[in-house]
Design a protein around this ligand. Structure first.
Ligand code: UD1
Length: 447
């Protein structure tokens, strides 16, 4: 992974707040989540579509005029932010009913992505490929999103340059031009999700054939491929490490109706909740076949997991066993699962070592777990977690989406009350986490 293009590395997340910010103060008026560990969960919880897919599907509607319909859409803040960004570009979003979106590409596309919107979500970078392919030019502020440290986009740029684009950076904006992109043979240094998505969406309208080798294979990438194929794109190698995209004429594309793939990270959140609280859950809508490695590891920890036609059935009895685990690109253990896994290990029997291979800085929530009494030590990209029988509730803060969900899970494992601030982070990626957990017996509320 190259880190040579300096202006791209300053991707501080304005959505996250400084490390030394206020803790939630019940008198401050800030909304918090209050959790009380109250024993086993039981019942059915539905998992909606994946944030990390739907935002990309939305951005990709830039390629083709007309009304695109998306279903299984999670009711999360990031969808609204992407909707605002697309409205500024020329794609109007409406919500005909819960879980459904219509994105009307008016054909009048403005290839400018303004700072105020781009800074709020990382997925805003996904308009780069479609805008460049469609308009031959783009002006994009640098993307924000979760605060995982530097999140460069050098691979996106190198790939688009290989397809004939020229880039300039000034005043925090990235500008690119290409009269017509052409096919290229691209090998990514690392299977980056965002770079794979930008390159494949750009390649759909390029002149000739593009191959992307060592591409990301996440289920959300396959979902985007299927969406593009339904739009008229020609893509081979879906789900493999090499995608081959044959460019088509923009007039040959047609609007699409598509069901968003389920959110495997939300599914893992309910598995983690069941692990620390005990009980039995039917996690409906989840795709166990897209979570195989994680389910195997959770099985080693003692969860009794069955993949069913409708989702995942889990039974948790007694204390979980510790394991060692390392994050890797799909089909490995996703980095987004890690805060949940560390929370499970915090109350498991034994010592577990967790290795982060994608975002070295992604351990910020550990200090919050320590406030709850967890015994976790981090060095470099490793965390050593010595399980304790029980955490103790106190005030903690959600630093980003997944860390916020992990705090909720930790609250279920804690004696007494856990009050979580920074709830707006959780709302960016979770569709009624509180209501869904309460419906299966958790003592949890927003206050
Ligand atoms: C996406 C997900 C995020 C998830 C991540 C990894 C969205 C909106 N976000 O982020 O939740 O944690 O995949 O599964 O879908 N890199 C470079 N140069 C590049 C691009 C990436 O060095 O040009 C590095 C990154 O800094 C990181 C690694 O590659 O260390 C993986 O990044 P990438 O797969 O691109 O993640 P995102 O698409 O940003």
């Amino acid at each position: 992974m190259n880190t040579s293009v300096d202006p791209l590395h300053d991707q501080s997340d304005v959505v996250s707040e400084p490390a030394c910010d206020r803790r939630s103060d019940p008198g401050s008026g800030e909304e918090t989540i209050l959790v009380r560990g109250n024993g086993p969960l039981s019942g059915t919880v539905f998992v909606p579509g994946a944030k990390n897919s739907v935002l990309k599907l939305m951005a990709t509607t830039i390629l083709c005029d007309g009304p695109h319909e998306l279903s299984n859409v999670p009711d999360i803040v990031d969808v609204a932010i992407m909707g605002d960004l697309l409205a500024a570009i020329g794609v109007e979003m409406s919500r005909p009913s819960p879980g459904e979106l219509v994105l009307l590409n008016t054909g009048d596309i403005v290839p400018v992505a303004p700072y105020e919107l781009v800074e709020r979500i990382r997925a805003s970078i996904n308009v780069l490929g479609p805008l460049l392919a469609r308009c031959g030019e783009v002006k994009l502020s640098m993307p924000g999103g979760d605060d995982f440290g530097a999140r460069p986009i050098d691979m996106h740029i190198a790939g688009l340059e290989a397809m004939g684009a020229e880039f300039e950076f000034s005043d925090g904006y990235l500008q690119a031009r290409a009269d017509r992109l052409h096919g290229a043979d691209i090998t990514l240094d690392f299977p980056s999700v965002g770079a794979t998505e930008n390159l494949m969406t750009a390649a759909v309208l390029a002149d000739g054939v593009t191959t992307i080798d060592n591409c990301a294979r996440e289920p959300e990438i396959s979902d985007l491929c299927e969406f593009l194929v339904a739009m008229g794109a020609r893509i081979d190698g879906i789900g493999t490490a090499t995608l081959r995209i044959e460019g088509v004429d923009q007039r040959d594309l047609r609007p699409v109706s598509h069901r968003t793939c389920p959110d495997r990270i939300q599914a893992a959140t309910y598995l983690a909740a069941c692990s620390v609280a005990g009980g039995e859950l039917d996690i409906v809508g989840a795709r166990g076949d897209q979570m195989t490695m994680l389910l195997d590891r959770f099985g080693e920890m003692g969860l009794d997991i069955t993949v069913t036609d409708s989702g995942i059935h889990v039974v948790a009895e007694g204390r979980a066993r510790s394991i060692d685990i390392a994050t890797l690109p799909y089909p490995g253990i996703a980095t987004d699962y890690k805060p949940l896994v560390i929370t499970m290990l915090a109350v498991a029997d034994g010592v577990g070592i967790v290795t982060e291979n994608l975002y070295p800085g992604r351990f910020r929530y550990v200090e919050e777990l320590q406030r709850l009494g967890a015994d976790v030590r981090t060095t470099g990209h490793h965390a050593v977690v010595r399980g304790v029988p029980r955490l103790t509730g106190t005030r903690v803060k959600a630093h980003d989406i997944r860390a916020g969900a992990a705090m909720v899970v930790a609250g279920l494992a804690a004696e007494g009350e856990t009050r979580i601030s920074g709830v707006h982070h959780i709302d960016r990626g979770y569709d009624d986490l509180v209501g869904r957990l309460r419906a299966v017996g958790a003592s949890i509320e927003r206050v």
